[in-house]
Write a new protein. Structure first.
Length: 116
């Protein structure tokens, strides 16, 4: 190869010519690609914000479910405690009601009993 046929390579001290890549013609030619990258960037940012908001909503819901579960267990234990016979007697004593000491009396309607 002769000296004229060799392709000049930029040396470490030479500056790279950016002007030939950032001219009006190349920018206009690449507008669809730039718009595509912009749409992808906006979608990526939206997805990040949506994921953050969703994780906050999930953690809030989990906290509410745990709180309701604790409330349910407290009320359930309270109902079980109050439904014990001794607690029922103590609860109705101020109303003047007392526990039966003898079996209840069965009343029979005499008009419905057949006369044999």
């Amino acid at each position: 190869m002769s000296e004229q046929e060799k392709i000049p390579t930029p040396l470490s001290g030479d500056k790279f010519d950016w002007k030939k890549y950032f001219n009006y013609e190349n920018i206009v030619k690449n507008i669809p690609f730039i718009l595509f990258l912009s749409v992808i960037a906006v979608a990526y940012i939206y997805n990040g914000h949506y994921a953050d908001k969703l994780s906050r909503r999930i953690s809030t819901s989990e906290k509410n479910v745990k709180e309701l579960e604790y409330e349910y267990k407290t009320i359930k234990s309270e109902v079980i405690f109050r439904s014990k016979p001794t607690e029922m007697i103590n609860a109705v004593a101020p109303m003047g009601l007392k526990e039966l000491k003898e079996p209840p009396v069965v009343l029979i309607d005499s008009s419905s009993v057949s006369k044999d």
